[in-house]
Design a protein around this ligand. Structure first.
Ligand SMILES: [Zn+2]
Length: 343
């Protein structure tokens, strides 16, 4: 090999390296319009659910005001035929849900079911009461929590229960096991450990609460079942708010969580067109839109130099700040295309 040939070979290698590096640059630079569906609403790292069982008065007396103060929601598993509910019907019918709280079905009376027909009444009437109280679609998905009842008081099979859950569009919540405040989880640290576990795995965690401690000037002659110390409740909520405010947690109710997760897994986003002026996307989902109609959060790469993207879908328009070259917005799976333009 002469000097000239050697030079040529090195030269060729250099050219090849250059070509490879150009290819690699192309591969890491995401294309304009490239879109991903966020794992959780608003691109939070994890989801967290608070659940309150059995319609105890301390829920609206203590828990709801503490939640509202922190702009948080929770799911309240109510029993519209139970004494504590009936004694404070107005609170449940006119106030708690209006404060942004969700209701779940925990049967009418919490006394168990004698047979299938009794179960149909216990479950069906509770669903009807919630649909009548809280405005919205009829039918719609609702969270279900099977009440804990003494042995011998739950006289239907799992298959019979499943058929009733289907009949009334009820979604079974995750199990009480290892997630009960007071019963399993004693300290705010115990509880917040669950939140940190959810964040570490990008998953969902939850806590089930029964009573909450009442303090003077409220009537303290009696406390509700398994009352959670108020200081512990406040420390828990503050810890959750801190994690939410730094972008880690989506604190929501059981059905919104279930809908988001179902839709996310069944949705597809397609770039219809993308250039320096406009991006058009199509977001479709195979889940039944009658029951799965929550918006999903999308993150889309926009052309360099854009400061604000204007996102339009159907009649709905929103302005989104461009951060790190992307816009983040909420859109509902639909036949309406999503258009993103420079604003
Ligand atoms: Zn219960």
């Amino acid at each position: 090999m002469g000097p000239l040939q050697r030079f040529s070979l090195i030269h060729l290698l250099l050219i090849l390296c250059g070509a490879v590096s150009v290819l690699a640059d192309d591969a890491v630079e995401p294309a304009i319009g490239a879109t991903r569906i966020a794992r959780w609403h608003d691109d939070r790292t994890a989801a967290f659910l608070l659940m309150f069982d059995d319609s105890w008065p301390s829920h609206f007396q203590v828990a709801v005001p503490e939640l509202v103060k922190r702009d948080m929601t929770a799911t309240f598993y109510i029993n519209p035929g139970k004494g504590e509910y009936k004694a404070h019907k107005n609170e449940w019918e006119d106030r708690v849900w209006k404060a942004g709280m969700a209701y779940g079905n925990h049967t009418m009376t919490h006394k168990g079911v004698a047979d299938y027909d009794d179960a149909d009444r216990e479950i069906g009437q509770c669903t009807a009461a919630i649909l009548d109280t809280v405005p919205g679609k009829k039918p719609r998905l609702m969270s279900w929590a099977k009440p804990g009842v003494p042995k011998g008081k739950w006289n239907i099979t799992q298959a019979q229960l499943d058929s009733l859950l289907q009949k009334y569009h009820l979604i079974d919540r995750p199990t009480f096991r290892d997630h009960g405040a007071v019963y399993h989880l004693k300290t705010p640290e115990d509880m917040l450990k669950l939140a940190d576990k959810a964040i570490a795995g990008g998953e969902m965690e939850y806590i089930v609460i029964h009573g909450v401690e009442r303090r003077a000037p409220m009537n303290t002659n009696y406390q509700d079942f398994w009352p959670l110390d108020q200081d512990i409740l406040r420390a828990l909520l503050d810890g959750l708010a801190k994690r939410r405010d730094r972008g880690d947690l989506w604190i929501t109710d059981h059905i919104r969580y279930h809908q988001y997760r179902t839709e996310r897994d069944a949705a597809k986003v397609q770039v219809v067109s993308a250039d320096d002026h406009a991006i058009r996307l199509k977001l479709t989902c195979t889940a039944d839109p009658q029951f799965y109609d929550q918006p999903l959060t999308l993150i889309t790469r926009v052309p360099g130099g854009w400061k604000i993207g204007q996102v339009t879908q159907g009649k709905h328009t929103q302005q989104c700040e461009v951060r790190d070259g992307v816009v983040r917005f909420n859109a509902t799976p639909s036949i309406d295309l999503i258009t993103i333009q420079r604003h």
